[in-house]
Design a protein around this ligand. Structure first.
Ligand SMILES: [Zn+2]
Ligand SMILES: [Zn+2]
Length: 673
């Protein structure tokens, strides 16, 4: 308890205020413990009883964050008014007043408060955040021109608000009926933050309004893929499809390959075979196919599960596998279209040369949403497992040969060898866990190729750097006391991993409502490990979203009847501040979302970057029109920080062993026997 207050007060003052240690500690415990109202109550008590200016101010900064999040902006403003008397020169008080006034749609006073904050500080982060707020207020006061002018400095000078700034500029152009510019800036918003789902939704709408059928269809289709249960987006996509000529599947972002990238067999050994269920949905089940074509880069054999070897083909010829729903027969045709084998049994395709690669082309998938429909290359064997009305495709393959392509796709362009080696060990450890955890009920496969287990894009993506990284760490996994361990990874922790590993984050003695909120307003430290190489691409590390309430309502009302959203309140947080549960209250009822996946799906169709965020409602009339989310990092923060490993390799010259020791101090690297 002593530690808690010592954050806020110099030691000399402690004795006088010691009776307030307890309620303050209780407030912070209630904040993470899922009792925000108790936290507010305890802070009220501290403010009421405190005779120390420093403590009072600190407690007001804490309580205003909690009240603002709940949309109790008037109460927050009452406290902030008191704080302003105690500290008239404190820029943060003026700044925070601005946001609360903005939330209440009092744009005139919000503008004055943001302007005041700007006169009180020259500090980069708070100044730019204030300009951002000012522009949001100006949009209602001075109109599009004034708003664009206010945001201009932010947009050209401050890399950490680029995506929302571009969105704001786009909205001004839309008001001016300049749809072309509005579209350009929404594309910019997505370029700076590809996970800005609101920008994607707005882009779809603008394309449609402008009669740009193809991009409108692509955008709505993308949204419906993210959120397969959303009827609105798939309805829009279906409606637009009739305006478009050409085969729709080929107009999307699915990988289409005419020829295998691997023209020669790959390095391959038959050890540690695993069975990957290909074309799996997000729930982890392999979906049914009715057809695909394939080209093998070596000769191959066809083995019928009942009849044994029934033939085969040569390298570099395009063959076809098809299920005929009329006869309920599965056919394999050669490059001339002649039926080579027809069967009602499962069968498999096996390259005759070790390491031979099969390219699967143009899969026809019966599920219409939520599956990677891209072409892909696989090594090992391809099992076609018959089912009613189609077949499953399962790849039996050496675990090791999956590592380079998965590492390549997770590293997203990073070529730092030591970082890739560390990632290869992490990926291999993951694959080992998936293999040994395959005590699932399905006898057909061990794990799937979707986000549910570990996305496997196909061998065609692997690059040289990842191949060397995998080769140089061949067989190495992480263990504890000699036993393989379950290791996690994420894109960027933004400062501290969930296990508390310090990537040179902004250190906090203790995470409190204000400390967390303030951290989301500040640029990351220059020596943060998981920093973007290009600062304009920093949204992995620090992000801001403006999410319109109506889309959140649409998603949440599918799982619970809540009506119109009145408020969203974070209940539980981890000690590091990560959201564990979220309460949503509406006109027709309320619901509590548990866990990051549920929260991410409800707020952002599954695209929310991380659970480390704060939120603020902004009213439009009676209810919140949108929510402002400010967050840190990408992923759940557990285990290995992928961008952090790159930073350590590049800036510190760390070897992969040192990188792994940093993130997994208790684990040892062992070679699989
Ligand atoms: Zn799975
Ligand atoms: Zn990190």
């Amino acid at each position: 308890m002593f530690l808690t207050l010592s954050i806020l007060l110099p030691p000399a003052r402690l004795s006088a205020e010691e009776n307030l240690l307890k309620p303050l500690g209780e407030a912070f415990a209630a904040w993470t413990g899922g009792r925000p109202d108790d936290a507010i109550g305890s802070l009220e008590y501290v403010i009421f009883r405190s005779s120390d200016t420093v403590l009072t101010l600190a407690a007001i900064k804490e309580i205003s964050v909690l009240l603002s999040e709940q949309g109790k902006n008037r109460e927050a403003l009452a406290y902030l008014a008191r704080a302003e008397i105690l500290a008239p020169e404190d820029p943060y008080i003026a700044f925070e007043k601005g946001w609360n006034l903005l939330s209440l749609e009092n744009h005139l006073d919000a503008r004055a408060s943001f302007e005041k904050a700007l006169t009180l500080t020259g500090e980069t982060d708070i100044s730019n955040q204030a300009r951002f707020g000012l522009a949001l207020a100006e949009a209602h006061l001075g109109g599009p021109a004034a708003a664009t002018e206010s945001i201009q400095t932010v947009y050209s000078k401050y890399p950490y608000l680029l995506s929302p700034a571009a969105q704001l500029i786009s909205a001004q152009y839309e008001k001016l009926k300049n749809r072309q510019h509005a579209i350009t800036f929404l594309n910019e918003a997505l370029n700076y933050d590809p996970r800005n789902i609101q920008a994607e939704i707005d882009l779809a709408r603008l394309y449609e309004k402008s009669d740009y059928y193809l991009p409108a269809w692509q955008a709505y289709y993308t949204l419906s893929e993210l959120d397969p249960e959303d009827g609105y987006f798939s309805g829009k996509a279906a409606g637009l499809a009739s305006h478009i000529a050409g085969k729709l599947e080929n107009l999307l972002y699915w990988t289409r390959m005419s020829w295998p990238v691997h023209v020669k067999p790959v390095d391959y050994s038959d050890k540690n075979l695993v069975r990957v269920g290909l074309f799996s949905d997000n729930g982890g089940s392999p979906t049914l196919l009715t057809e695909f074509s394939f080209i093998a880069n070596s000769a191959f054999t066809i083995t019928d599960s009942r009849l044994g070897a029934v033939g085969g083909g040569k390298a570099s010829m395009q063959w076809n596998v098809r299920y005929d729903p009329m006869s309920k027969i599965y056919e394999i045709r050669d490059s001339m279209g002649s039926v080579v084998h027809s069967t009602r049994n499962s069968f498999r395709l096996t390259p005759k040369v070790k390491g031979g690669v099969i390219l699967i082309k143009s899969p026809v998938i019966t599920a219409d949403k939520g599956v990677n429909r891209g072409d892909r290359e696989v090594a090992g064997e391809l099992n076609i497992i018959v089912r009613d009305n189609g077949f499953r495709v399962v790849n039996s393959v050496a675990l090791e040969s999956l590592v380079p392509s998965i590492v390549t796709s997770l590293a997203s362009g990073n070529k730092q060898l030591q970082a890739l080696k560390a990632l290869a060990v992490v990926v291999r450890s993951n694959l080992m866990r998936l293999k040994s955890g395959s005590a699932r009920n399905d006898p057909d496969y061990d794990f799937c190729d979707s986000q549910h287990c570990l996305p496997f894009p196909g061998l065609q993506v692997e690059n040289e750097a990842a191949l060397s990284a995998a080769g140089q760490t061949r067989g190495e996994i992480l263990t504890k006391n000699g036993v393989p361990v379950d290791v996690h990874f994420h894109s960027a922790c933004g400062g501290f991993t969930a296990e508390g590993i310090d990537d040179n984050g902004r250190a906090q003695t203790r995470m409190t409502p204000f400390n967390l909120y303030y951290t989301t307003l500040k640029a990351p430290r220059d020596d943060l490990f998981c920093l973007a190489e290009d600062r304009t691409q920093s949204s992995d590390v620090l992000w801001t979203l403006m999410l319109r309430t109506k889309w959140i309502e649409n998603r949440v009302n599918r799982i619970a009847r809540i009506g119109y959203i009145r408020s969203m309140t974070v209940l539980k947080r981890s000690p590091g501040g990560r959201v564990l549960s979220l309460r949503i209250d509406g006109t027709a009822g309320g619901t509590t979302l548990e866990g990051f996946d549920a929260v991410s799906r409800a707020l952002a169709g599954g695209l929310l970057r991380s659970p480390l965020f704060t939120l603020r409602p902004v009213s439009e009339g009676k209810y919140p029109g949108y929510f402002l989310l400010r967050g840190i990092g990408t992923g759940d923060g557990h285990g290995y920080c992928i961008l952090g490993g790159r930073g350590m390799a590049k800036d510190l010259g760390s070897a992969y062993t040192a990188i792994l020791r940093h993130y997994f101090p208790d684990h040892k690297i062992l070679k699989i026997p």
